[in-house]
Design a protein around this ligand. Structure first.
Ligand SMILES: [Zn+2]
Length: 344
């Protein structure tokens, strides 16, 4: 399988975030992507560089104010006396709409950053743009006839909304790839998210759309990030009513349990009759992942991949979560091998 990858992500190295109110080191480190690239190379996959795609695909999903904010906030923030190195919000509009768009850097950080897990520093914007380019390049390869391509994206994207970062995510790579496919001859696109966390940003972006189906299998958000989204009753609205399917699983669910939920997701995707599939590939559902949501095994990832591959759709695989632990590289290799063998 072709693996679209670059080293541009190295420029983004978030230092801290708050967990239960305590400052901790961010697990979303450059070493994640290095290990995934090494594992893909060692498994014999061909690594290719992303193409320069310009701003169009990101602008088709994200608001102009938000892109402007991401690109220019760091120097503005640093002009504030005593400000931290990283842009981290300390005020939030808390959904009390209408809220006016503020002129201040601090106010805008609160407006555009959902939580403390998406600090912005020197290089974040460039890394996020490069990550989106990787996703769009993989979508282009599939549009050009490849049965599938894997985008080794970092930073990840599925928690990012049209105008809001969150949970290590800035630009929504899956949404950008899906919208690119929509704009280039694919009338109906399905997004399947198997990251341990609900793909809340992706759900939000396509919430009222009937042309893009969003399906997410994840640890139950009742006691897990992103808490406020990812529940079974969220089904979309207007043209999108019925085009969002959430399949929350009890904490600690194993491979077997995930495969059962996935079966319902696969049936829904089949019924939607999409022209292409975008897969949000989180590897953090693994039993050894430090975020401890689900308990999928390394071999289990191959089974999950085969079940998805049997949809027999042109598929853009996009890296989401999955944090440093001994099995991280093996989990990717297992998934890619299972996907290729499932395609037969
Ligand atoms: Zn995740």
């Amino acid at each position: 399988m072709r693996v679209v990858q670059s080293d541009a992500h190295e420029r983004h190295h978030p230092k801290h975030f708050l967990v239960n109110g305590a400052v901790q080191d961010s697990p979303e480190v450059p070493e994640r992507a290095r290990r995934l690239a090494q594992a893909a190379r060692a498994a014999g996959h061909e690594l290719v560089a992303p193409r320069a795609i310009g701003r169009g695909p990101a602008a088709a999903v994200h608001s102009p104010e938000y892109l402007q904010f991401l690109e220019h906030i760091v120097p503005r923030w640093r002009r504030i006396a005593g400000a931290s190195d990283e842009v981290i919000p300390n005020v939030h509009p808390q959904g009390r709409w209408p809220a006016s768009y503020p002129a201040s850097a601090v106010g805008q950080a609160g407006f555009h950053q959902a939580d403390t897990a998406c600090p912005i520093s020197e290089g974040t914007w460039e890394a996020a743009v490069a990550s989106a380019e990787i996703a769009v390049t993989a979508a282009q390869l599939v549009a050009e006839g490849a049965p599938h391509a894997y985008a080794l994206c970092r930073p990840p994207g599925h928690h990012a909304y049209t105008d809001m970062a969150g949970g290590f995510c800035f630009l929504n790579n899956c949404a950008i790839a899906a919208q690119w496919l929509r704009d280039h001859g694919h009338a109906r696109v399905a997004i399947l998210d198997i990251d341990v966390h609900h793909g809340n940003g992706t759900q939000g972006i396509f919430w009222a759309r009937g042309d893009v189906l969003t399906v997410s299998v994840h640890a139950d958000p009742v006691r897990f990030y992103p808490f406020f989204w990812g529940h079974a009753h969220e089904r979309g609205e207007a043209d999108g009513l019925g085009c969002n399917l959430n399949l929350p699983l009890a904490r600690g669910t194993d491979t077997r349990g995930l495969l059962e939920a996935l079966d319902a997701g696969v049936k829904r995707i089949r019924a939607f009759q999409p022209d292409a599939l975008v897969l949000a590939l989180g590897l953090d559902a693994h039993e050894g992942d430090p975020l401890k949501g689900l308990a999928v095994t390394t071999d289990g990832f191959a089974e999950i991949a085969s079940a998805i591959a049997r949809l027999d759709l042109p598929t853009v695989l996009i890296q989401e979560g999955g944090y440093l632990q001994d099995a991280l590289g093996a989990n990717l290799a297992s998934f890619l091998a299972g996907f290729e063998s499932g395609r037969g």
